[in-house]
Design a protein around this ligand. Sequence first.
Ligand SMILES: *[C@@H]1O[C@H](CO)[C@@H](O)[C@H](O)[C@H]1NC(C)=O
Length: 565
Amino acid sequence: MLGQCQRRLNRRYIALLLFITVSVFLWNGFRPQDYYRTTRVGAVRYLSSSYDWSKNPVFYPVKDMKSPPAAEPKVLSPVQFKMGESSENHRSLARKTAVKKAFIKSWEAYKTYAWAQDELKPLSRKGKQSFSGWCAQLVDALDTLWLMDMKDDFQLAVEQVALIDWSRTSDDFLNLFEVTIRHLGGLLAAYDLSGEHVLLAKAIELGDMLYATFDTPNRLPSHWLYFNKAKQGQQRADDSMSGAAGCSMSLEFTRLSQITGDPKYYDATERVKQFIYLNQNNTKIPGLWPHVMNYREETVDKAMFTLGAGADSLYEYLPKMHAMLGGLDPEYAQMTTLALDTAKKHLLYRPINPKDEMILMAGNAVVGQNEIELTTEMQHLTCFIGGTYALAGKLQGRDDFVDLGSRLTAGCVWAYDSFPTNIMPEISELKACPSIDGKCRYEDLKSSASKLPPGFTRVRDPRYLLRPEAIESVFYMWRVTGDEMWRDAAWRMWEGIIKETENDLAFASVSDVRHEGSDQDDSMETFWMSETLKYFWLIFEDHDVLNLDEWVLNTEAHPLKRPKS
Ligand SMILES: *[C@@H]1O[C@H](CO)[C@@H](O)[C@H](O)[C@H]1NC(C)=O
């Protein structure tokens, strides 16, 4: 009798034990058989990817492998304003704490409802796979966790990263640009901050896979890496790909070469740079690149030019690469100067506005038979450009660029302040003054759109997608000038954004910033935690954290270490 009871109890223990074991496996999001493939790295179990891309045959080998410049890095002009001991005060501390609270709320929601998936759907409380299913949100948030001193969660995330198998995905392709800026940038930044080797190991595995996208007859990449094609040498450079998608992976690939000492990653993006360097004067607006280019035939004859969608980070990476290479490659400085001077001439405009403020915006240009036609629209995406002008101006001693950066950033702040929600819409239209300087009369604007804020003639896309570009430029202006005015602008933007995007669980895109309390959409993109919240937090944090004279941030706000001279 007693024996039977004991046996039943034992069976229960065994069942419970089995249940716990299985739960732990499922909780960690990997299949039981994977456990036997893992190795121990320090305190972490590491799963190597099931396909080793470093062993993939190279079908179009490079003959003259280029290495990052090896000389002693130059001393570049300081980017940051020389502030006193600390820029922390009672008010900035309270604001920084509010930002961190919003980050914790977003992170906890992701942890609970979307752990190890690419994104959280904040209304349906579910996860979503949007970038091949390699924990995009988690990788993207690693460095923010570290910076905000959430070290336990950082460790939890590292353990999950260690289990990513880049060759296990439901797709048979990947998006080279999106994966580079999020996953590769996120891993390298978190490694640069923490020195955690697991992160570097995963970055190398990923870098070797992404490198296969460049294995084409002319060694220029395509938008997509098709795994099977790449294994058979059938990848071709794209005949139509945006400037941003093709030309903004240089920071991540260069940093990977600098850390590993293997030049091949740098060589890959250096060839893309040669393509745009040699063609900067061969376009319909010499100095700028059309938003779409033919990487296969290496031609640049399209007629549309913008600093916004499709082109943005191409321009952003020019001064940042100048910094990343310690000023040792003069071609980046040269391209930056020419591009920003030309953009001033053809893309920047001053919107007609009630108080005749000297603000600026960047529109689009289409080259026709005899003329260049400027479209005076305003994309939220374009708001990064103020920061780029300011950074380039500091690095290259061009005060006029810093001034343009300030006026462009003020334009975005003005747009935020203009709407009743204190948020600027995704895309709107305005009217241009005759010139970017001089007097400009508001009466000239025959406002047909009476329900819109003064100055705006149309709102083409009224959504706010939790985007970072405006606060990104405010961050640069704050670090460059030390003027508290930028911190106050940031706080106004913050209050507007939180009021409209917060819900019980987390934060969500809003569908119409023209009205308070507008509907929310079921989306919280990964850049919310990697960029938007990070920039807000950094503005109220001490100015020495991620000092821009020591770090350069990629286009997903992942900080990479600049070389020391
Ligand atoms: C493009 O033109 C500018 C002057 O207009 C010149 O300084 C620059 O060197 C040219 N770029 C190339 C690659 O030839």
